[in-house]
Design a protein around this ligand. Structure first.
Ligand SMILES: *[C@@H]1O[C@H](CO)[C@@H](O)[C@H](O)[C@H]1NC(C)=O
Ligand SMILES: *[C@@H]1O[C@H](CO)[C@@H](O)[C@H](O)[C@H]1NC(C)=O
Ligand SMILES: *[C@@H]1O[C@H](CO)[C@@H](O)[C@H](O)[C@H]1NC(C)=O
Length: 450
């Protein structure tokens, strides 16, 4: 007997055993506990329905727990999806279904609808979260092959902003619709496409701002003029926490999530109260969306700007307003600490509370834009000495120029007046008017007769 044969037979034996084991492993898969798929680093992988590509078994309830570190997000791509269709009578997914549960940073579960055979849904499911649970349930025997779902754990640096949609026939401002900040930037300005002239209609632009995981983002609205009435039909600007999970499948708990989003419609004059024009994220991501309707937009002119403009700033920490005097408890600020100040609700009545004191990057000091909380200009305050010096110098130079010009003009005027006087006296001596009045004197308008 030769060696190759025994090698062959033993490998075949192992192969068959392995197959059987696989078979057995799959068959014993009524999924008694969640299938844990955890990767710390960005990666991709695939989850299959039990027995795939053979029909999935009867009576299973499988939970796939896809999770990664908090800075990564999970995306799903459905490459194959074949479950029993919806019941003809009740139109429900009764025989088998899959539920996508998105778990957000606070551990809240956002439970999607049941999906089953023949359903129309997005084949690519992109979240801003790092944990997704897939729950697969089957109740009947079937010949359906189940599903194959690719998962992607994507690092924070490569998260894209949500897709922008642009349906205006005039595509002039399309490039300004949506975007994301450059890595490492500490502040920025975002304006609506076409600002300050107008804005396109029927668009949905999305911007993603992402800063260091230890930072939060402060947003201040500078301009807003979408319409003159507080009416969201023309357009809505929404500013949301970038960790917020938007439910594509259902809108049931939208109300519960309202606090993680601020919406602005109409005009800035409707948001006069201090604090209404600003927003602070709970995490290091900010999502901004500008959606307009089909109504004809406003047109800006020399006096009024149309659209919106906002400024965002990365803040390292918020010095706790309530811990006044307890400096030990305050987070250390190694960069610039805004001065804060008092926010008084009713003037003269002493209803005041300390304003938030932000800790911001030192590079934002004297950048020409106030980056502290609303009404706190302390980051632009200390630069006034150099500014005054520069602008004072410029003003002095301008003054000298003006004086020089005035003197020059004055001299020229006098010169020409003398010449004029001389020439006219020459003329008058040869051709004097009969009444003897100087020729250059204006005639007084006649008083209207009453
Ligand atoms: C999913 O996995 C994460 C991380 O491994 C864990 O913290 C979480 O409890 C799991 N969830 C479920 C429902 O098993
Ligand atoms: C707005 O866009 C939608 C596509 O989402 C399109 O069906 C609709 O006709 C557009 N409306 C107008 C008034 O342009
Ligand atoms: C908004 O823009 C319109 C169109 O230019 C203008 O008539 C209106 O006065 C502006 N509103 C404010 C409050 O600036």
């Amino acid at each position: 007997m030769g060696n190759p044969v025994s090698v062959f037979s033993s490998s075949t034996f192992f192969f068959i055993t392995w197959l059987l084991f696989q078979r057995f492993a799959n068959a014993s898969l009524p999924c008694t506990k969640p299938i844990q798929i955890y990767h710390e680093n960005p990666t991709t992988g695939v989850v299959y329905s039990p027995n795939w590509p053979d029909p999935y078994p009867n009576r299973v309830n499988c939970v796939y727990n896809l999770s990664t570190t908090a800075s990564n997000v999970v995306h799903l791509i459905f490459s194959h999806f074949d479950l029993s269709p919806r019941s003809q009578r009740s139109h429900q997914c009764l025989d088998a279904y899959l539920i996508i549960i998105v778990v957000d940073r606070q551990g809240r579960q956002h439970i999607g609808d049941r999906i089953c055979g023949g359903d129309q849904f997005e084949r690519v499911f992109e979240t801003m979260q790092s944990n997704i649970l897939l729950e697969f349930v089957s109740y009947t025997n079937t010949v359906r092959s189940g599903f194959k779902i690719e998962y992607q754990f994507i690092s924070e640096g490569s998260i894209r902003q949500p897709t922008s949609l642009y349906f205006d026939a005039d595509r002039t401002y399309e490039a300004a619709c949506g975007g994301r900040n450059e890595a490492g930037t500490h502040w920025g300005e975002i304006t609506s496409p076409g600002f300050p002239l107008s804005y396109p209609k029927n668009i949905s632009c999305s911007w993603l701002v992402r800063v260091d995981p230890s930072q939060r983002i402060y947003v201040r609205l500078i301009h807003l003029n979408i319409s003159d009435i507080k009416e969201c039909e023309f357009g809505v600007l929404s500013v949301a926490n970038g960790y917020r999970h938007e439910l594509n499948v259902q809108r049931r708990d939208d109300r519960r999530l309202e606090h993680s989003e601020a919406k602005f419609c109409g005009n800035l004059k409707f948001y006069e109260e201090e604090g209404l024009r600003s927003y602070i994220t709970t995490g290091n991501r900010l999502l901004i969306r500008f959606k307009t309707g089909a109504r004809t937009p406003l047109r800006g002119d020399d006096e009024s700007k149309v659209g919106f403009k906002l400024i965002w700033t990365a803040i390292n920490a918020i010095i706790d307003e309530t811990s006044t005097g307890m400096i030990q408890n305050e987070p250390a600020c190694n960069e610039f600490t805004c001065h804060g100040g008092l926010l008084c609700v009713e003037h003269g009545q002493g209803i005041c509370q300390p304003k938030s004191q932000f800790c911001i990057d030192s590079s934002l000091v004297c950048n020409g834009v106030p980056n502290c909380a609303e009404g706190d200009f302390s980051d632009e305050f200390h630069c006034h000495s150099t500014e005054i010096f520069v602008s004072g110098g410029a003003a002095l130079f301008c003054l000298l120029l003006v004086i020089g010009a005035v003197m020059c003009c004055e001299r020229a005027r006098r010169k020409s007046a003398i010449q004029k006087a001389l020439s006219s006296s020459e003329r008058s001596s040869s051709n004097a008017p009969k009444n003897g009045r100087p020729v250059w004197e204006d005639r007084k308008p006649r008083q209207p007769q009453r």
